[in-house]
Ligand binder design. Structure first.
Ligand SMILES: Cc1cc2nc3c(=O)[nH]c(=O)nc-3n(C[C@H](O)[C@H](O)[C@H](O)COP(=O)(O)OP(=O)(O)OC[C@H]3O[C@@H](n4cnc5c(N)ncnc54)[C@H](O)[C@@H]3O)c2cc1C
Length: 406
């Protein structure tokens, strides 16, 4: 009887258990070690409880350059369509929204967890819950996990995002596995800009450019949200991971440049505002932008351009209109740091890519030791890309173990 241990009963660990048990048959026992009293707790919180389980665009090119080559074998072999088909075989049916984000038809993350959990149980996977892995030692072509021997071990501890502590890290260090620095990804970005307090709670659709040391590092278009002392929202969160990777390497000067009117080029915006002023359509400056932006945001931008909201529009000079247009199209917020791991959806960094073979996800240091999911130094954008990596890496690893050991 072959014995395989999966350390961590999250999205990746459960998917790997199902895939392994499907191919393994009776001569293999798959055991999932989970520190919590139940498996898959984080999965229940994904996608605001709806679980955005993949994205139709989750191909290697959609992932950051720093992780693309390493993740490509898993993401190519197990595409989003393959993830959807995998779940259909587990009788979990899905739909995709306009942005390619795939959700369960029930719109409930619990349905995704049930599909994995029930399939694993049906196939005879043993769940060892409330069993934190505290010891992991290599032993005779296998490993001893706590006090039990296994022929192969899959590390699926997940990352640091949204967890209280990170119990796997000492074990990984003891084994001498290479770890990169880590930072919160898909999170807020902190800024001391006073405009944030005035706009707290407000959301705007905008085009965002992340500037690192004055150079354009990434762009995103979508929702920006203002919080006290921080910028947030889906588009901003994608930029936060790019910032984290840069700031992990060295100290950087970062800023986010916001175009609040992305649908109008600068000249067109100037023409629109000049025309409103010329025709006397808006008497006071505070109403000048009200046909383009939420009024509170328009007033904040006026102040940023050194214009008085209660001033009559007929007194505006061309230079003042120009200054207002510049602020609307290129409002720069300096960034002082990332949000915390507690608020993050992803870990940037983790087990170093060079320690694992991307074709099998087996350790280059230890035979029969594998790693999958968020624990590895792979992160993707918001919108189903990280669960796609969790599922694709899990299935690649299961296929590699099946080929080698079963
Ligand atoms: C709020 C939130 C929303 C998200 N929404 C989405 C989304 O909609 N779509 C998307 O693609 N991604 C989303 N993500 C990211 C996604 O949840 C992760 O990428 C994914 O869960 C990673 O899967 P994993 O199995 O590698 O890790 P996890 O799901 O974190 O699982 C790791 C498991 O290992 C267990 N464990 C850790 N250490 C030990 C130990 N020593 N012994 C035993 N067990 C241990 C943990 O308890 C946990 O159950 C979201 C993340 C958060 C925080």
């Amino acid at each position: 009887m072959r014995k395989i241990a999966i350390l961590g009963g999250g999205a990746a660990g459960l998917c790997c258990a199902c895939a392994l048990a499907q191919t393994a048959g009776d001569c293999t026992q798959v055991t999932v070690f989970e520190q919590n009293d139940r498996v898959g707790k984080k999965l229940l919180t994904t996608g605001n409880g709806r679980c955005n389980l993949t994205n139709l665009a989750a191909k290697p090119d959609a992932y950051p350059a720093a992780v693309r080559d390493f993740a490509a074998p898993a993401l190519t072999r197990f595409s989003p369509e393959s993830t959807i088909a995998f779940f259909e075989r587990l009788s979990l049916f899905t739909y995709a929204d306009d942005a390619g984000r795939v959700y369960p038809l029930s719109n409930q993350a619990a349905g995704v967890l049930d599909a994995l959990r029930l399939e694993a149980a049906r196939l005879g996977v043993v769940f060892s819950c409330e069993s934190p892995v505290t010891a992991l030692q290599p032993s005779q072509n296998g490993f001893v996990v706590n006090d039990r021997r296994f022929d192969a071990v899959v590390l699926a501890f997940g990352g640091k995002a949204a967890v209280r502590d990170y119990p796997g890290e000492p074990l990984l260090r003891q084994l001498g596995l290479p770890l990169t620095k880590t930072a919160p990804g898909l999170c807020k970005l902190q800024s001391a800009d006073p405009m944030l307090r005035a706009l707290k709670g407000l959301r705007a659709r905008a085009a965002l450019t992340l500037l690192i040391d004055g150079e354009e590092a990434a762009t995103e278009q979508g929702e920006l949200q203002f919080a006290d002392g921080a910028l947030s929202g889906i588009a901003l969160m994608d930029l936060s991971s790019v910032y984290a990777r840069a700031a992990m390497k060295k100290e950087v000067q970062a800023a986010v440049a916001v175009d609040f009117v992305p649908t109008l080029p600068l000249d067109a915006l100037r023409g629109v505002l000049t025309d409103i002023v010329r025709r006397g359509q808006r008497e006071k400056c505070e109403d000048l932008l009200s046909g383009l932006l939420v009024k509170k945001l328009g007033v904040a931008l006026l102040k940023r351009a050194d214009l008085r909201p209660d001033a009559p529009t007929k007194t505006l000079t061309n230079t003042q209109i120009d200054a207002l247009c510049q602020v609307c199209k290129n409002c720069v917020f300096s960034v002082t740091g990332s949000g915390s791991f507690r608020d993050a959806q992803m870990t940037v960094g983790g087990l170093a890519q060079q320690g694992f073979d991307p074709a099998t996800l087996e350790s280059r240091q230890y035979k029969n030791l594998y790693a999958i999911g968020e624990l590895l130094d792979v992160d993707g954008p918001c919108g189903g890309f990280n669960l796609q990596w969790a599922f694709a890496s899990a299935r690649l690893c299961a296929a590699a173990i099946a080929e080698k050991l079963l």
